[in-house]
Write a protein that binds this ligand. Structure first.
Ligand code: PR8
Length: 479
């Protein structure tokens, strides 16, 4: 009976959905690897299990610390917003009306906190010295999503971080957005080894109440893109409505939000057929030591305890798997599935030679390492491992951007996945009709243009209308 119980426990841990079947791979890995537990009876609200939450929390923490350093401290606002606040800004309420969980007492669960925060900013700002106001909060927001929900990617209770700022001049507001984007790049690309395209959304697809919306669209392995960051220049839309002003001059405002989608993008980009691959900085366990147990293990266990201490002293998160009910082979599969960056195998014979074996997740080969050097080797390999992840992810992104000069080619390019770049006449509201035709032709959307890219030269024609093309528009299928 005990054996059977053990066997069924093991069956839970095996994972064999190839990543080429991305949707099934993602859904199953989320559960098998202990990121979420979906057995909760409300749509779009899975339990965020410790292994997953630890990583999400670490990502939020990176943003919290970076924002604090540029003068945006943390705060916490109530989750309920009076109906009158949410309805104050016309576009905002139109955008969020159907996405709110309304409570019968004329309030809703915040779908985002502009209206909550800005009603208070108005009370806080009296003189020019009160500006800028800059705050951030890590909290949950609630959106009544009706499209298919997916763990971390589209949930109805969204753990996220949002930062909001109000300034005396437009330039100051734009400067802070620039700093936010530097932080996004540092965290997502330098630290978490992924990248996407920063796109300025067309006017028909802006955040409700924004003057312009910049996003980071990340290409997922299935070829569809995921909006993983949303940063908005709000201009004076909200300050006029909520009366955030000094001497009759309304403030210039910005906001930025990052959610569990960052973790989704990171895990999706790096993982493989065997399971998760986790960047070092958020890995709950960075090194797992698997002692190859025999009959008499005292010396071996004493040695691995010493090794653990040494790694800990070097600031590395380390775990010893000395479970006697599972074979070394089973443990190797399990920790690979869990995405632990480095594995150290050490048996009695290795001990005799004063060596251990080092295996790097996602990189072929096994390395014999002398015990006197193994902590340093681990540190070095963790850096090389992150670099390898980044190189792979960036190569993937670049291979997924394709120029398209013929409408007939569009469906084929999007079928392969990623972005098709087309010349397009406008990003104003008048361009929406053409965007709908693009959608009919290829099932993709015009996701926007790159604000810092040189736009088409004179003479280049819009692929849809033949009018002069003002923009390189990026078309993709999305989540
Ligand atoms: C704002 N206001 O709200 P945004 N599940 C998971 N992640 C999501 C979901 C969802 N259902 N919906 C959106 N996100 C602004 C900025 C305060 C902060 C993620 O902007 O609507 C997306 O990555 O763009 C999105 O870009 C980000 O939250 C911010 O939301």
């Amino acid at each position: 009976e005990k054996k059977q119980a053990q066997a069924s426990q093991r069956a839970d841990l095996t994972f064999h959905v190839p990543k080429s079947n991305f949707s099934d791979w993602y859904e199953e890995l989320m559960v098998t690897a202990g990121i979420v537990d979906k057995r909760w009876d409300i749509k779009g609200m899975p339990i965020f299990c410790s292994y997953g939450y630890t990583m999400h929390n670490e990502i939020m923490h990176l943003f919290e610390v970076a924002y604090s350093k540029i003068g945006v401290p943390m705060t916490q606002f109530p989750a309920f917003i009076p109906r009158s606040f949410l309805e104050a800004e016309a576009d905002h309420v139109k955008g969020f009306q159907s996405e709110c969980f309304w409570h019968e007492d004329e309030m809703c669960l915040r779908p985002t906190s502009e209206t909550a925060m800005y009603s208070m900013f108005a009370k806080w700002v009296k003189t020019i010295e009160d500006l800028p106001v800059m705050v951030q909060q890590s909290c949950n927001v609630y959106r009544y999503e009706t499209k298919g929900t997916k763990p971390l990617i589209r949930v109805r209770e969204i753990p996220w971080n949002e930062a909001h700022t109000a300034h005396a001049t437009p330039q100051e507001a734009l400067d802070i957005l620039g700093k936010f984007w530097d932080i996004v790049h540092d965290i997502l690309t330098t630290k978490l080894s992924i990248d996407g395209l920063r796109l300025r959304r067309p006017d028909w697809d802006r955040f409700p109440g924004a003057e312009f919306t910049d996003v980071l669209d990340v290409v997922m392995p299935c070829g569809r893109v995921l909006q993983s960051v949303g940063a908005h220049y709000l201009g004076q839309h909200f300050s006029k409505v909520f009366k955030i002003q000094v001497d009759g001059e309304f403030s210039y405002m910005t906001c930025i939000g990052v959610s569990t989608r960052c973790l989704a993008a990171v895990l999706s980009a790096h993982g493989d057929d065997k399971g998760l691959i986790i960047p070092t900085i958020i890995a709950p366990i960075q090194v797992v030591i698997v002692p190859i147990l025999r009959k008499d293990n005292d010396a071996l266990l004493a040695k691995v305890a010493e090794m653990k201490k040494e790694l800990r002293a070097a600031g590395i998160r380390v775990h010893i798997d000395d479970d006697t009910t599972r074979s070394p082979g089973e443990k190797f599969y399990y920790w690979e599935m869990k995405g632990v960056p480095l594995r150290i195998e050490v048996g009695p014979r290795d001990l005799e030679k004063n060596e251990c074996v080092l295996v790097v997740r996602g990189i072929e080969g096994k390395y014999s390492v002398h015990l006197s050097a193994f902590a340093q080797e681990c540190q070095d390999w963790l850096v090389k491992y992150d670099d390898a992840l980044r190189e792979r992810a960036l190569a993937h992104l670049h291979s997924r951007i394709v120029d398209c000069n013929n409408l007939d080619d569009l469906p084929g390019i999007l079928e392969k996945g990623g972005f098709a770049r087309i010349p397009y006449w406008t990003m104003g509201k008048e361009g929406k009709e053409g965007a709908e035709r693009v959608h009919d032709i290829c099932g993709g959307e015009i996701r926007g243009y790159r604000p810092f890219e040189e736009q088409p030269a004179e003479g280049v024609k819009c692929l849809l209308t033949g009018k002069p093309a003002k923009f390189w528009a990026y078309v993709a299928r999305s989540y």
